[in-house]
Design a protein around this ligand. Structure first.
Ligand SMILES: [Fe+2]
Length: 264
């Protein structure tokens, strides 16, 4: 059991606060408790310069994702990789679980859910990428800042690229307003280019989504980020090719966090 007074992030990785690899000028844990979400623009984050090489390698990996083979609408505009990690509550160790599939219920994802989906795995370089590991542990520490950690957590890492072609918009995954199965979700923008759309909408945490969105936010630059818990209704609008040069795309890193004792 990890003592609740010692944030996992520092305990597991950095040893003490002087070695912070990522810092943030926001109280994400309190926002999650109070509002069930947190919006954190990129300029609120600070990364140690020593991490720059890992950050760049991680960012460039979005050029090497594989086509999503589970597109029931026949769309060819979605590319991704997926990996699953276990964070041990006893040792603080973050370990990769090879060959994991991703499952969403058909209720949450009517188009492509209801079956285990075996996406292309994270590459070995990404599984061991220092920045990814820091981000996972950092996000976990923020999201559980006011929570007692006494169970292992399963952490899903999704690298996703949505393309927009001439006359063919790129739909987000999953489509439509929904809330997630996982305890917490973190999303970091990796990049967007020559598109409009890709707007985030939050609709409260009531029994049903509010009629009008309570939050409308377009992530624009690398690491514009949001966090929410499983109670929050949300959606993302499709992306549409812009008038500029080059391909239209939106790249995101999605990380979901599931407390293992809550699994069926
Ligand atoms: Fe979602």
């Amino acid at each position: 059991m990890i003592p609740a007074t010692i944030p996992v992030y520092y305990w597991a990785v950095s040893g003490n606060n002087n070695n912070k690899v990522i810092t943030v000028d926001a109280d994400i844990g309190s926002s999650i408790e109070r509002a069930h979400y947190a919006l954190v623009p990129a300029h609120d984050f600070l990364f140690t310069p020593a991490m720059q090489e890992s950050i760049e390698a991680f960012r460039l990996d979005w050029e090497h994702l594989e086509a999503d083979p589970y597109m029931a609408d026949g769309g060819k505009y979605r590319f991704r990789r997926y990996g699953l990690f276990r964070l041990s509550a006893t040792t603080g160790e973050l370990s990769s679980i090879a060959g994991a599939s991703f499952y969403q219920s058909a209720k949450i994802n009517p188009l492509n859910g209801g079956q285990p989906r075996h996406f292309a795995p994270l590459t070995a370089d990404i599984v061991s990428n220092a920045f990814l590991r820091e981000v996972i542990l950092f996000d976990f520490a923020q999201l559980t800042a006011n929570k007692h950690i006494d169970d292992d957590w399963l952490i899903g890492v999704h690298q996703i690229r949505i393309l927009a072609a001439d006359g063919i918009p790129g739909n987000p995954t999953p489509e439509g307003t929904h809330r997630d199965d996982e305890n917490f979700t973190a999303q970091h923008l990796i990049g967007r280019h020559n598109i409009s759309g890709g707007i985030n909408y939050f609709y409260g945490n009531g029994p049903a989504p509010t009629e009008c969105p309570q939050v409308v936010w377009e992530q624009q630059v690398y690491f514009d980020s949001y966090y929410f818990d499983r109670s929050l209704w949300h959606s993302v609008s499709p992306i549409v090719l812009g008038d500029g040069d080059g391909d239209g795309y939106r790249d995101v890193l999605l990380i979901d966090f599931v407390e293992s004792s809550k699994l069926n």
